[in-house]
Design a protein around this ligand. Structure first.
Ligand code: H2B
Length: 95
């Protein structure tokens, strides 16, 4: 099982990502992605869904038209792990 990152490892990993924020009151990171339209937003979600299934690591997300709010945390570990950082970096690379 993935190990929870300690604070310095977590902060170092977040600094490598593109504008992900820590969620208040929870060991999780979040980012809002905005696209030209629903087609682009859903295309992004489809690509992420395939990656998430391959990793067996799934985002919490909410979509309205061209916006996708994403929160990442590892439920099994009760906080952030390298899996969240890997999935976040994958999402950043799609943009
Ligand atoms: N996704 C996330 N984000 N965290 C998990 O701990 C997790 C998951 N665990 N996807 C997997 C699936 C687990 O629930 C199943 C039972 O393997």
């Amino acid at each position: 099982m993935a190990e929870k990152l300690d604070i310095s490892a977590r902060d170092a990993a977040i600094s490598q990502l593109d504008h992900w924020d820590l969620v208040e009151g929870r060991d999780a990171i979040a980012k809002t992605f905005q696209f030209a339209d629903f087609n682009a937003a859903f295309g992004f979600m489809s690509r992420v869904a395939l990656k998430a299934e391959a990793m067996n690591h799934h985002p919490e997300w909410f979509n309205v038209w061209n916006k996708v709010d994403v929160t990442l945390s590892t439920h099994d570990a009760g906080g952030l792990t390298a899996l969240d950082m890997e999935l976040a970096a994958f999402m950043d690379r799609l943009i």
